[in-house]
Ligand binder design. Structure first.
Ligand code: HMG
Length: 464
């Protein structure tokens, strides 16, 4: 029998600062941010789905976020450096044009485990906007499937700081974080199917030029690119899954019926919810349940019936809203997707780290609710602007819930402090903090960036 390969454990690093966009307790009450941007907090909470955005402190960059997540993963699993064959990093906010975050991570870890401890551990930086995590993971899985692991593990870590200019529509979809995955043979959490769907084309929906610390984005266009690419990748996955006889839909069934919990790239929670709704519409068309849905909300709008593109788009957006209100959609959404989105609602977008952070939250929440998922199949959908989507599927392993219960993810979201608007804007613009402070929150047993010299040397240390 083929060796099972997949994710054995997950460690998330959440920055300890956040900016409140809207209050969960008093949704109608303006926040400092909504007042400053002359906006309704309900737009953030209900329109976009983000209540808080994680904000990195002055001593944090993407290398530090990654190392903190990886360090926790190594310590929790008592891993020996000699047994870690590779530590690959997915990021689109790396710290150097040439030296990869993977090298800085090595340096920081060796401060803890001794010089040379990781000299036989390989590492590379993957870049393709938010989807690079899927590429990094695919490479680790392929390496293990090819029989090269020989009992050793690999770590895939995604790390990013999502940043748009102040006072732009993208501003409320920022965030930061890192997530480290332990990839192993005979994994305790999820074993991956050897079937990965891809859809790629050259798109200008979002990018960050070399000269800029913030992204350029065509927001509305990027949402369409997300849906189109995700649908293409799911179709590609479905073709292969059927050919490999992983899944067979019976009469009146859809392939999605055979996939349980799902986690998507989450630039903001409403986007993932819409993405899921788009996929259900795609897979339910022609089924008896779709007849039931259309009996209630009417037939889907068709582009040809409209004189102007904008009119069709308005009708399409209205139709999506009606579909998302149906009990059929709500049941599937609450059962399969909603639990994972808690992370993004509380933390915002973390680009490449977003989907796997939401996967961590999904698994932890389901485990703590006592949902029995062993043997069930789940799926991941990653999207990266520019653009590419990747879709993969995996199977819950016996005992997965005992591992997931110990992630400590929810506790990390609670162990944070809010920043004021002045602090947030100073951190965003790398300007001086109020009262000449060097940072907002004291570091706590973690790696920090000490300085960057004029030649670009970067110095890091662990603070006890
Ligand atoms: P915007 O102009 O700020 O927002 O742009 P809006 O006016 O369109 O409102 C957003 C939603 O809130 C709308 O709902 C409004 O109706 C609703 P929709 O019609 O879309 O269903 N709304 C309200 N709801 C309740 N109460 C209210 C209220 N007011 C409005 N009072 C946008 C939003 C997301 C475009 C912007 O924030 C943006 O540009 N974000 C960055 C780009 C982005 O996240 N794109 C997502 C897809 S691309 C992607 O995922 C890749 C990415 O992660 C990068 C990578 O790959 O590296 C971005």
């Amino acid at each position: 029998m083929k060796t099972l390969v997949g994710i054995d454990d997950i460690a998330v690093y959440v920055p300890r600062l956040y900016l409140e966009l809207a209050s969960e307790e008093h949704p109608e009450k303006p926040t400092e941010f909504s007042r400053a941007r002359e906006s309704d907090p309900a737009k953030y909470l209900h329109g976009i789905g983000i209540a808080k955005m994680s904000i990195p402190d002055t001593y944090q960059d993407s290398s530090v976020l990654a190392t903190n997540a990886i360090f926790e993963l190594i310590e929790r699993n008592n891993l020996s450096p000699a047994n870690i064959a590779r530590i690959d990093i997915a990021t689109e906010t790396g710290v150097d044009e040439s030296k990869p975050v993977a090298a800085y991570v090595h340096g920081m870890l060796e401060q803890k485990y001794g010089k040379g401890a990781f000299k036989k551990t390989s590492g590379v930086e993957y870049k393709f906007a938010c989807v690079s995590t899927a590429d990094a993971l695919e490479s680790s899985l392929d390496w293990a499937w090819a029989g090269r692991a020989n009992g050793r593990s690999s770590i895939v870590c995604s790390t990013d700081i999502a940043k748009y200019p102040l006072n732009t529509p993208g501003e409320s979809t920022q965030g930061a974080g890192a997530v480290a995955l332990l990839v192993r043979e005979e994994p305790r959490l999820l074993s991956f199917d050897n079937v990965i769907g891809t859809y790629m084309e050259d798109e200008d929906d979002f990018w960050r030029p070399l000269f800029s610390t913030t992204a350029v984005v065509h927001g509305k266009h990027s949402e369409k690119c997300y849906l189109k690419a995700m649908e293409g990748a799911v179709d590609h996955w479905a073709e292969q899954a059927e050919a490999a006889k992983l899944i067979k839909a019976g009469p009146g069934e859809s392939l999605v019926d055979h996939v349980g919990p799902m986690s998507f790239h989450v630039p903001y929670p409403k986007m993932a919810e819409k993405g899921f709704a788009y996929l259900l519409r795609h897979f339910w068309r022609g089924l008896p349940r779709w007849t039931e849905v259309t009996r209630k909300i009417g037939d889907e709008p068709k582009a040809l019936s409209f004189k102007k593109r904008e009119e069709f788009e308005k009708a399409e957006s209205e139709y999506m809203r009606h579909f998302m209100e149906t009990p059929q959609f709500q049941k599937e959404y609450l059962d399969k997707v909603a639990d994972g989105l808690i992370h993004a609602r509380e933390s915002g977008n973390s680009y490449s780290a977003s989907e796997k952070s939401c996967l961590s939250m999904l698994l932890e929440t389901k485990a703590r609710k006592g949902v029995d998922l062993a043997g069930r199949r789940g799926g991941s959908g990653n999207y990266g602007s520019g653009s590419k989507a990747k879709v993969s599927s995996w199977v819950f392993q016996e005992g997965w819930n005992e591992v997931a219960k110990k992630f400590g993810h929810s506790e990390k979201l609670q162990h944070r402090r809010p920043v004021s608007l002045i602090e947030y804007e100073a951190l965003h613009e790398a300007g001086p903090l109020p009262d000449g402070r060097k940072f907002v929150a004291e570091p706590e047993n973690e790696f920090v960036l000490i300085d960057v010299t004029p030649q670009g040397y970067r110095h890091y240390k662990f603070t006890d």
